[in-house]
Design a protein around this ligand. Structure first.
Ligand SMILES: NC(=O)c1ccc[n+]([C@@H]2O[C@H](COP(=O)([O-])OP(=O)(O)OC[C@H]3O[C@@H](n4cnc5c(N)ncnc54)[C@H](O)[C@@H]3O)[C@@H](O)[C@H]2O)c1
Length: 383
């Protein structure tokens, strides 16, 4: 069996996924849409996609089985629900929604329509998360008592390095209104590291925010669309298995950026940071470096490390681009498999909600001076 897929959005991020969906052996055709004709025709020519159209509505009116959304993040929730109601399976770039209410409505829409939904959470397939998940399954850490995860992404508007690309994509005037969104409204890259290793979810959260005072004004509550003053937010979460999780979402930080994690277990621990990955036991002699997280496979599935299970990927992906630590190929393959088999993918809508909702609550806690608040949970979905 194979599917027809419509890709909506031919912007920067979609460039990584168009060639993957196009090459997947169980995708029989790709339809590419973007409101911007220039982007649409350039991407169609570059990746050899014959069928194009302008809008999501055009895609939904076509005979595609599934839709992949690479549109701006605040559009994802409404667009995904519109596509599900039109009878299409949905893949969405992160985050899945813009509020707790919208997330709940999305979960209910998936439940009502019975369609497949996947949020493309790249951190779920990062080498250190794959490695720790596998070790946890084997009982290597003992009981995990604390998970720590961070996502560091400074987007100073005056920056002239690669972060300047973000500023250049939209006019500086619009950028400054949008960039200052609360970091905890985009928490999926961190929450998913903690949840992706232990399987437990956040039940209560208290958080603290750094009130930014940089002259660029990104986090001036009178300037940005969100009345938000926090550039960095740290949450302490109580997990459903009794452990704690400390989550950092930082947007103003002297750091080149990325996703990092520590696992603190009763038998062993993992420290994964810019300095490398080290596993530690009870004695100094148990300490060893985990090079499989960094050693790349130059020959196939570019960008993947030895710790990632590339044997499950389609052979057709072998020489194709694969960004964000090799996670893109796993995500694209998960979605096509799910559509074909009818089995929900690992980063399904119930997991997506658990990656996102604690962040909205954490932001509220920051505004209330760190008070601990309950995290709504919309269930684990079907077994
Ligand atoms: N690691 C990650 O998971 C990661 C990394 C980067 C970006 N992202 C996500 O990917 C998404 C896309 O980011 P980007 O940088 O490519 O954005 P972008 O602004 O470059 O592209 C979005 C495109 O969607 C198009 N679009 C919007 N609504 C449409 C509609 N109704 N019909 C047709 N086209 C429509 C726009 O014209 C635009 O070209 C964002 O939501 C971002 O959060 C995720």
């Amino acid at each position: 069996m194979s599917i027809k897929i419509g890709i909506v959005g031919a912007g920067q991020f979609a460039q990584h996924f168009i060639p993957l969906f196009n090459a997947h052996p169980q995708v029989k055709s790709v339809l590419l849409a973007d409101l911007d004709e220039k982007k649409r025709t350039a991407a169609a020519a570059k990746y050899g996609v014959a069928a194009t159209c302008a809008t999501l509505d055009d895609v939904l009116a076509s005979d595609v089985d599934a839709v992949a959304l690479f549109t701006q993040h605040w559009m994802h929730g409404p667009q995904a629900m519109q596509a599900l109601r039109a009878g299409k399976h949905v893949y969405s770039a992160v985050p899945c929604a813009a509020s707790i209410e919208e997330t709940q409505a999305l979960v209910r829409t998936v439940e009502q329509t019975g369609k497949i939904y996947q949020m493309g959470e790249t951190s779920y397939y990062y080498p250190h998360v794959c490695w720790a998940r596998e070790q946890q399954r084997k009982g290597f850490f003992g009981d995990i008592t604390l998970m720590e995860a961070g996502y560091y992404h400074d987007w100073d508007i005056t920056s002239i390095d690669s972060r300047g690309i973000i500023a250049a994509r939209t006019t500086p005037e619009n950028f400054i209104k949008i960039a200052g969104s609360p970091p905890m409204h985009y928490p999926t890259h961190t929450m998913s590291q903690a949840i992706g290793v232990t399987g437990a979810h956040m039940m209560r959260v208290s958080a603290h925010g750094w009130v930014d005072h940089h002259p660029d004004g990104i986090y001036d509550p009178k300037v940005n669309n969100y009345a938000n003053a926090f550039s960095n937010q740290t949450a302490l979460c109580v997990m459903s298995d009794g452990a704690a999780a400390r989550i950092n979402e930082f947007r103003r930080v002297g750091h080149p950026g990325g996703e990092f994690m520590s696992v603190w277990g009763t038998r062993a621990s993992l420290e994964y940071s810019m300095a490398g990955a080290v596993v530690i036991g009870h004695s100094f002699g148990d300490t060893r470096r985990i090079d499989d997280l960094f050693k790349l496979r130059p020959e196939t599935h570019g960008g993947t490390a030895l710790a990632q299970p590339v044997e499950r990927l389609p052979r057709e992906f072998a020489k194709l681009p694969n960004n964000h630590w090799g996670s893109h190929q796993f995500l694209a393959d998960d979605f096509v498999r799910a559509c074909v088999t009818g089995e929900h993918p690992p980063t399904n809508v119930w997991q997506a909600a658990r990656y996102l909702v604690p962040g909205f609550v954490a932001h509220e806690s920051c505004k209330q001076g760190g008070v601990q608040l309950p995290v709504p949970d919309f269930g684990a979905g079907p077994k």
